[in-house]
Design a protein around this ligand. Structure first.
Ligand code: SF4
Length: 383
């Protein structure tokens, strides 16, 4: 079991053997079937062997699984594979197509990175996937976790992984009582993950760790009764399974207000493209005024006057408007209140280059964030 120094931990040969054997046995006996996962195989001689997975499928699934639950990812993954069946197809797509396929999954920067990684594989690696952690880390958006996952699962390299799920499992397994959000603890966890991953079948072992974190060693009340590592688990032996892992409090999401003006005329909706940088960059929305944190628009009359002036100046259109509803959307850093307005009595001409009038059918083909589409749909249902 590990010595207490946060920088250096050394697992005993027995601890390594017990954990590896127990986890692999459990994973081989009952891992969930997932569309990107290859089941372990038994040779004629009775030895277990990892089946190498398609690196493109591993890449796409790992990127989708960052911040998103498996159950949600499955449908998106299958649709994405139908649309972009290989790395060449993804590299040849334009950004709007990729964002559109990603629509609803959120965290759109992931989609842009994935797209950029596909292009780098085609253009800089002659369409051959890099196989080592070092080479994978040079691809856009690929961090230590994804590089380790692809190298071990698709190429059988002895590479470690550490994400939130695995960190939780290891913090409990070794009863680590420092916050897993601290850099020193993170280093310690990586060190443990590197020692644990075996040279034989590293991909199955890593997937076993992921699986354990997802279905047994779950966040609040781990299912220790069914855990294959119960005998080796220090948190279990010390009665610390629920207080661990220790987390440092996350920064609060900043509250902001976005006023969305849904403008519908002659069977067409007015939409505009967001800037190239920042939140939901390059995606489409109804004209939206992002209020400054210090602006006082709590009074409906003040807000309405301000919005009408802003819209006239921005688009050239004069409207009267009514507030339809409001809803809240959370991002990693923001708590956004969306105030949804419906424009009426629309006059004036749209300034060139400001936006586009699109039909309902066309609207479906534009990449939009969930709240941007929801605002339009709410007004559509009301009218
Ligand atoms: Fe997690 Fe419980 Fe298993 Fe320990 S015994 S690894 S706390 S599920």
């Amino acid at each position: 079991m590990p010595k207490k120094s946060p920088d250096r931990v050394q697992l005993s040969a027995k601890a390594l053997r017990d954990i590896r054997q127990s986890l692999l046995k459990w994973y081989r006996a009952g891992a969930r079937q997932l569309p990107w996962r290859e089941p372990p195989m038994k040779t004629k001689a009775g030895r277990w062997m990892q089946t190498l997975a398609d690196p493109y499928r591993v890449l796409v699934s790992e990127v989708m699984l960052q911040q998103t639950q498996v159950d949600t990812v499955i449908d998106y993954f299958n649709r994405f594979m139908q649309r972009f069946p290989d790395v060449q197809a993804l590299a040849e797509a334009n950004e709007q197509e990729v964002l559109h396929a990603w629509q609803g999954l959120g965290y759109y920067r992931r989609a842009r990175h994935l797209h950029a990684a596909a292009r780098a594989i085609i253009e800089e690696h002659d369409a051959r996937f890099p196989e080592t952690v070092e080479a994978l880390l040079k691809l856009p958006g690929i961090g230590d976790y994804s590089a380790g996952a692809i190298a071990s699962i698709a190429f059988g390299k002895c590479a470690a992984i550490l994400d939130g799920n695995v960190a939780r499992v290891l913090a409990r397994l070794f009863a680590i009582q420092e916050s897993i959000d601290q850099t020193t603890t993170r280093k310690q966890l990586w060190e443990l993950a590197r020692q644990l991953v075996p040279a034989n079948n590293p991909g199955d072992f890593n997937q076993g760790l992921m699986e354990l974190g997802a279905v047994v060693c779950i966040p609040r009340q781990p299912r220790c009764v069914t855990c294959p590592l119960q005998q080796c688990c220090q948190a279990y032996q010390k009665g610390l399974t629920e207080p661990l892992p220790v987390r440092t409090g996350k920064a609060k999401q900043k509250p902001v207000t976005h006023d969305v003006m849904v403008i519908h005329k002659n069977g067409h909706w007015l939409i505009e493209q967001r800037p190239d940088q920042g939140l939901w960059s390059g995606m489409w929305q109804a004209p939206t005024l992002e209020q400054r944190p210090d602006s006082d628009t709590t009074s409906p009359t003040t807000a309405e006057r301000q919005l009408k002036d802003w819209l006239k100046q921005r688009t050239g259109l004069r409207v009267s408007m009514k507030k339809v509803t409001q809803f809240t959307h959370l991002t990693t850093h923001l708590r956004i209140t969306y105030r949804v307005w419906q424009a009426k009595q629309i006059t004036g001409r749209l300034k060139p280059g400001v936006g586009q009038w699109v039909s309902k059918k066309q609207l479906a083909s534009f990449a939009m964030s969930n709240p941007a589409r929801r605002a339009i749909e709410i007004v559509n249902e009301e009218s």
